[in-house]
Write a protein that binds this ligand. Structure first.
Ligand SMILES: [Zn+2]
Length: 147
């Protein structure tokens, strides 16, 4: 790590703290004794292909926000857990690009297991269940316990 004050590379870690998705380190330069902080964060190289074929950087925050919308009033930790599970399923595909529709299907599968009402809320947007008969059909599959 290059010291921002003197550009020497010899720094000492005074303290490491594990944050939610990163590691924060307090450092001291062995040359000039100035102190600074660094953050270490895992970077994932994954692109999402949208329905209109545009590509976007994968952003788990978008999944999290759509889960929040679908689940309504719910403990934030539950959303975090569900988001993490979905993220792991996506990353374990070990691909460089994924279709947004594929992500949507994974979210649907997890929501179906987790909360039928949240599943329906998400499905109305995702599957465009804008006609009552489509919604009824979807409801029937849930009532029958199908997947
Ligand atoms: Zn220095």
């Amino acid at each position: 790590m290059l010291c921002p004050f003197c550009s020497k590379t010899d720094t000492r870690v005074l303290e490491s703290r594990i944050m939610n998705d990163s590691v924060r380190r307090r450092r001291e330069c062995s040359s000039c004794t100035n102190r600074f902080t660094t953050y270490e964060k895992a970077i994932i190289h994954l692109k999402v292909t949208k329905r209109d074929n545009r590509e976007q950087e994968f952003d788990i925050k978008k999944v999290e926000r759509s889960l929040e919308r679908a689940c309504g009033k719910i403990e934030p930790e539950v959303i975090t857990q569900l988001t993490r599970k979905i993220e792991q399923r996506i990353l374990n595909k070990r691909v460089n690009t994924i279709k947004s529709t594929e992500i949507g299907l994974i979210v649907l599968q997890e929501l179906k297991r987790f909360d039928k009402i949240a599943y329906l809320r998400f499905a109305t947007v995702y599957k465009s269940l804008d006609r009552p008969e489509l919604l009824k059909k979807e409801l029937n599959t849930i009532i029958r316990g199908g997947n």
